[in-house]
Write a protein that binds this ligand. Sequence first.
Ligand SMILES: C[S@@+](CC[C@H](N)C(=O)[O-])C[C@H]1O[C@@H](n2cnc3c(N)ncnc32)[C@H](O)[C@@H]1O
Length: 284
Amino acid sequence: MLKFGRRLDGWSVTSVCPRGTPRDLRPSRNMYVYIPHSPLRDIPQNRSPTMSTINQAFQSLKATRPIDDVWVRSDEYHNSFLIPRDEALEYARKNSTDHGLPEIAVSAAQGKLLHLYAKTIGAKKVLEVGTLGGYSAIWLARALPEGGELTTLEIDEKHAKVAQENLDHAGLTSKVKIVLGPAIDTLKKIPTESQYDLAFIDADKESNLDYVLEAERLVRKGGIIIVDNVVRQGRVADPSNTEDATLGVRKLLEHLKNDKNVDATSIGTVGEKGWDGFIYAVRL
Ligand SMILES: C[S@@+](CC[C@H](N)C(=O)[O-])C[C@H]1O[C@@H](n2cnc3c(N)ncnc32)[C@H](O)[C@@H]1O
């Protein structure tokens, strides 16, 4: 039977294994599958989804699955050499889950990649759109030198509160500022002179283009703009897929095609999350 749980910007499927469900349609490790921006998102919390919405969600689920165990094993294998266990990061993940935040943070390997991008360019000022529990913020903030600062934007009060706890626990209180509110409003208030070295965009995908346009205004020449979740297990390139998040990524790609402000590429980051990729753009 399917059971759904309401999340901030989508519904999670908490049980998707009716007897006889083919193995490749089952969630491989997690007992629930988060479907951000699924058709279920518009259903009020006190109402049950209709059968037709459930069917749509299930189609969306099938498109998301399977997380191939091979990629889980692959990330675990590589991480065992390159990413030592880290108490603060593990605390951030657990504390976030314990508070009911959705498990949609970047993976450890992706977090480290962000960290290394920031280090490579000697970033001192970083902007993040979409904080959640502060997992990627910890990776990014740790790349900053003494006096460096990360500003991270979050719309959800509970997420911001948990993120603050996690950042405090990681000893990063003085380096990271969480700004609560709709990211676009916050971004528009940041003066152009602020000049960031790197922007990481990982919030509501429908607004990707708006965020990138603001990032182009705020990131210095030679700086980097990274956008998460732009491949979506190939769904962005699948014309039959018309999810809001997919449309948001396509709109961004259309813009980047002729954008003279950045030079960009998309790179698939298949790993333990089983899907996805970054856009990596250098500010020209
Ligand atoms: C994918 S999560 C961010 C994950 C985080 N970057 C990490 O990897 O640890 C997206 C976050 O964006 C936030 N968000 C969604 N819409 C937003 C908006 N309009 N303004 C600011 N934050 C938003 C959500 O509440 C959620 O916490």
